[in-house]
Design a binder for this molecule. Structure first.
Ligand SMILES: [Zn+2]
Ligand SMILES: [Zn+2]
Length: 290
């Protein structure tokens, strides 16, 4: 199964460019990083020196695909104006960072409606995304760059008032977009399973991919998060487990890695590292043996 674009989320401690050596040490072909602290609104500017160091490390690296995961604070469906404005500005800034670093995609969670209801929440997310993408494209054009990093909507487990736990919801958002080619989908296996897509069953992957294809514009996921689930099927709880140690089990991951249509799709682990920090190493070893 060496064909898959297999990888993991890696740390950027000590500098963004350090991600490559960490990914290579794990034998990754794809990596995911944070381009700023995902739990803070404030952050330092990204200097041209840092961008150059990152691009040089990428050029020298065997890693083929690099994605970023967005801030956990951003909520494009936020109820109050100030959080909404702050979220939109933060996402524009994050997209610009990713584009300067020439990343393939910025993965983010659509948002939570906070009691306003699903319909209103989905409309607000689409409206926010249209504003974010317009500001991003305009800023990059003004700086002489074309906007190539795409926003990737990640499906969620559906805890609380979080939206995006049905692919049809992601499809509804996508239908309202003014620049749909700048948006793709990231399939998280733990989230889909927790939201009631039966990925643990033999035909579960096929039916889930068919749902994605019928609901969402671009029919294939642009990225996949490979996570087993600590919580049971349809629990609407988001707790990642190491591969084969959760409720989904190894067979799904064997099917994913061998799937012909997903050969060019980055598959990224976001599983627990564990006390000895070797969780990804062990998961990758297991995945390569499937
Ligand atoms: Zn994920
Ligand atoms: Zn998760």
């Amino acid at each position: 199964m060496a064909k898959a674009l297999l990888g993991a989320h890696v740390s950027v401690a000590g500098g963004l460019e350090r991600a490559f050596e960490r990914g290579e040490a794990l034998g990754c072909r794809a990596i995911q990083i944070f381009v700023k602290n995902p739990n803070q609104w404030r952050h330092k500017a990204l200097t041209e020196d840092r961008v150059a160091a990152f691009r040089a490390a990428r050029a020298a690296s065997s890693i083929e695909a690099v994605a970023a995961h967005g801030s956990y604070l951003v909520n494009l469906a936020a109820r109050d104006r100030s959080t909404l404005e702050r979220s939109r500005r933060a996402l524009v800034d994050e997209l610009i960072r990713c584009n300067r670093l020439q990343l393939d995609g910025l993965i983010f969670h659509p948002g939570a409606h906070m009691g306003r209801g699903e319909r209103a929440g989905l409309e607000r997310i689409a409206d926010s995304m249209n504003r974010v993408l317009a500001a991003y494209v305009e800023r990059e054009e003004r700086c002489g760059r074309s906007a190539t990093t795409r926003l990737l909507l990640e499906n969620t487990a559906g805890q609380g008032t979080v939206l995006g736990y049905r692919f049809s919801q992601l499809g509804e958002i996508h239908e309202r977009l003014e620049q749909p080619t700048l948006v793709g989908l990231c399939l998280d296996t733990c989230h889909a399973f927790a939201a009631g897509y039966p990925l643990h069953r033999p035909r579960g992957l096929g039916t889930t991919l068919a749902r994605i294809a019928s609901a969402f514009g671009p029919s294939e996921p642009s990225c996949i998060h490979l996570n087993d689930s600590l919580r049971p099927f349809d629990s609407r709880r988001d707790r990642h487990a190491n591969i084969g140690r959760g409720e989904i089990g190894e067979p799904l991951f064997r099917r994913l890695l061998g799937h012909r249509r997903l050969r060019r799709t980055p598959m990224i682990l976001e599983t627990p590292l564990g006390p000895d920090k070797t969780g990804h190493e062990r998961d990758l070893e297991l995945l390569r043996s499937l």
